[in-house]
Design a binder for this molecule. Structure first.
Ligand SMILES: Nc1ncnc2c1ncn2[C@@H]1O[C@H](COP(=O)(O)OP(=O)(O)O)[C@@H](O)[C@H]1O
Ligand SMILES: [Mg+2]
Length: 249
């Protein structure tokens, strides 16, 4: 049991039931996800893999409540997402989901520590007087406290991704969704960032990570393979096959 344990045990933390996503925006409708049934338990670390265009980002957007399914139901931490209005979804996301992207998406005009404080300012869970020290603690956690007052563009790619991870942790969410977080990093930096995620998972955070990279993929126990918008395969590796022991040492 960990500090997120109250959400846990019998029911899956994340449950997608017969989810379909059809984009209507283009000239003709395009179904990016079909018949997705997926359950993820609290504390799992799941790799979402598949070719470009297979629907990985669409899946992440649905889980984050950034977009809504055309058909089907998504329940996350006991909340049925379809029951929430747009503003309720935004509030729910702020509390429940930490997002990490391939291209970091830090605001260039804010310092690193201000970027980390931003989700706290939106969610208003952390009292205003404590936000800066909490943000500094998070930067310490990801190893870049000394960069707190710099602008993001003065940081290396790996440092920017660490800042983005600190920002994702701002409101202490139980779930992290990362869309190709090492895709724009060299392999050594990528492994270091991956170790951060492995540690965050070991603390009990549930993580879904989209990745193309074989090394990263192999260090994650459960793999969900998307192909043309469907779950084509699921792989659950035994612990002794995991590369994460190597990553950790
Ligand atoms: N807003 C959109 N409107 C129309 N089609 C989209 C939209 N977003 C994604 N798609 C299409 O849906 C498919 C899946 O996209 P995406 O989820 O981004 O795949 P992946 O992340 O695996 O590369 C692609 O064919 C893409 O072109
Ligand atoms: Mg994508």
């Amino acid at each position: 049991m960990n500090k997120f344990g109250q959400l846990a045990d019998k029911k899956p933390l994340i449950d997608l039931h017969q989810v379909v996503k059809t984009y209507e925006s283009s000239s003709q409708p395009f179904t990016a996800l079909q018949d997705i049934n997926l359950q993820i338990r609290e504390g799992e670390f799941v790799a979402v893999v598949g070719k470009s265009g297979s629907g990985k980002t669409t899946l992440m957007n649905l889980l984050a409540g950034i977009d809504r399914p055309t058909v089907g139901g998504i329940t996350v931490a006991g909340t049925q997402l379809h029951s929430l209005s747009e503003s309720q979804l935004a509030e729910w996301r702020g509390r429940t989901i930490g997002l990490v992207f391939q291209f970091f998406q830090l605001l260039p005009t804010l310092t690193v520590v201000e970027n980390v404080m931003l989700p706290m300012d939106f969610a208003r869970i952390v009292p205003a007087t404590e936000r800066q020290s909490k943000a500094l603690d998070l930067l310490d956690r990801v190893g870049i406290r000394d960069k707190a007052n710099k602008l993001p563009t003065t940081l290396s790619g790996g440092e920017q991704q660490r800042a983005a991870i600190a920002r994702a942790l701002a409101n202490d969410p139980p779930i992290l969704l990362a869309d190709e977080p090492t895709g724009n990093l060299d392999s050594v930096t990528g492994e270091a960032v991956m170790k951060l995620f492995t540690d965050l998972n070991a603390e009990g955070r549930t993580i879904l990570m989209v990745t193309h990279e074989l090394d990263i993929m192999r260090s994650i126990r459960r793999q969900v393979v998307l192909m043309d918008g469907r779950i084509a395969d699921e792989v659950q590796m035994q612990a002794d096959h995991l590369k994460s022991e190597e990553v950790r040492s």
